[in-house]
Design a protein around this ligand. Structure first.
Ligand code: UDX
Length: 429
């Protein structure tokens, strides 16, 4: 099947590469000419394990280009995968979706299935339909399908190929799209969840909001555990054998970040308030997450009350391991807060770069050793394997002080202490 994917971010690129791998002929379009140039020359502009190789393997079925009417005209299926960032009010900014709709409206002469993969608020796909009709497009010439993605950065390909479900939201009178969707995903062994357009939009938001809720929930429990000298990991172990709870997404730490959870919870809160539903729980989820970095800073201040002039090394800049993404990264927020407190902050990450500009007191180093040299305290802010497997003996030698702050609950305190270092964590000692 000929599929035109619009947007070459991590969702668009992963979808395009996987769809090509499934045997479809895919053109992936993006307005960023530089990006298209590097993709065409075989370079993948994002760090996503396996993606470069998958693209290389499928180059005969995968082309990259800037959006043109011809490209859109020639494909019977259009998949929208452009970004929907947060606007200052929390509402999802649909500027990119809007411009794609304009382009589609100008190019629609033969029948198209228009699939929205971008995360959009409830009601958006109905609005897309109305907008196309208002722009003079014959409603018989297109159908809109909502087909949200559930891809995690770092495991995006696996998440798409081994999907636990394929969500298809369709219009009430749509009799044809389901067969098209089944053909597209024929080689993926996952159940179809068929619902309305808004139903699919809500599934995506609910999924992310629920996972964010689990994280804030365990972070709040960790705050309580900390006061009673209880190890939160024991509590998780104790509750997660119950299949109704499950052990996943219950790692306490510095909080959730990334391009999805913070933005999608905000957007859902906005959609809720718009309809006069008070999103009490979702707002509490946000509030816990927004204060996690301060919680860890307060913990540090209990041991080092005067941080001014101290050298603090933050290991990890990305919002989670196996990605170079720093969007809404709690590690970056921590670095900025430490610098505001007068610390000399050094940081290191195997893949991610500190967003610019940063204050003069903030440095990114090229190796752990360079970064840790003479540090008064080392903070683990992203649980990269490299940090889990550190040689603590060496670290102790390189440091000036002996304090390790485990902001991801990822270290074994006994091992840290065995090397003459002091371990500091929340609800873990
Ligand atoms: C998420 C969803 O998992 C994915 O389904 C959706 O399509 C996009 O958003 P992603 O943003 O890549 O994926 O990251 P994820 O692995 O879900 O982690 C999000 C954040 O939560 C990270 O900052 C991570 O460190 C944090 N986290 C995760 C915790 O703090 N504790 C946990 O137990 C799990």
């Amino acid at each position: 099947m000929d599929i035109c994917v619009i947007g070459a971010g991590y969702v668009g690129l992963t979808s395009a590469a996987v769809l090509a791998d499934l045997g479809h002929s895919v053109s992936c379009l993006d307005t960023n000419r530089e990006k298209i140039k590097s993709l065409t020359s075989g370079e993948v502009p994002i760090f996503e394990p396996g993606l470069e190789e998958l693209i290389r393997r499928n180059r005969s079925r995968l082309t990259f280009d800037v959006p043109t009417h011809e490209r859109i005209k020639s494909a019977p299926v259009i998949l929208i995968a452009v970004g929907t960032p947060s606007s200052p009010t929390g509402q999802a900014d649909l500027t990119y979706v809007s411009s794609v709709i304009d382009l589609i409206a100008e190019s629609l002469t033969t029948y198209k299935t228009i699939i929205t993969k971008s995360t959009v608020p409830p009601g958006t796909n109905d609005w897309i339909h109305q907008t196309l009709v208002q722009k003079g497009v014959d409603p018989k010439l297109f159908t809109i399908v909502s087909n949200p993605e559930f891809l995690r950065e770092g495991t995006a390909i696996k998440d798409m190929v081994d999907a636990d479900k394929i969500v298809v939201g369709k219009q009430k009178d749509d009799q044809q799209s389901l067969a098209i969707m089944e053909e597209i995903y024929q080689k993926i062994n996952a159940p179809f969840i068929v619902t309305t357009l808004s139903g699919a939009e809500m599934i995506k938001y609910t999924s992310n909001a629920f996972l964010a809720t689990k994280i804030s929930f365990i972070n709040e429990i960790a705050r309580i555990c900390d006061q009673y000298d209880v190890n939160v990991e024991d509590v998780v172990k104790g509750i997660s054998t119950d299949p109704r709870i499950s052990p996943h997404f219950l790692n306490a730490g510095i909080g959730y970040g990334g391009s999805c959870f913070p933005k999608d919870v905000r957007s859902l809160v906005h959609s809720s308030l718009k309809k006069n539903v008070k999103p009490t729980l979702l707002q509490a989820v946000q509030s816990v997450n927004q204060t996690q970095v301060d919680l860890y800073l307060d913990k540090l201040l209990t041991v080092l009350p005067d941080l001014s002039g101290k050298k603090i090394t933050v290991l990890g800049i990305a919002f989670k391991p196996n990605t170079d993404d720093t969007r809404y990264s709690p590690a970056v927020a921590l670095i900025q807060k430490l610098s505001a407190l007068g610390c000399i902050v050094h940081s290191y990450d195997p893949q991610a770069h500190l967003p610019v500009p940063q204050k003069e007191s903030v440095t990114q180093d090229r190796t752990v050793q360079e970064s840790v040299e003479d540090a008064d305290c080392v903070v683990i802010a992203t649980e990269w394997d490299e940090f889990l497997n550190l040689n603590w003996q060496d670290l102790k030698k390189w440091m000036n002080g002996d304090l390790i702050l485990d902001a991801r609950n990822c270290l074994d305190p006994t091992v840290i202490r065995q090397h003459g270092l002091r371990y500091l964590g929340v609800a873990k000692s």
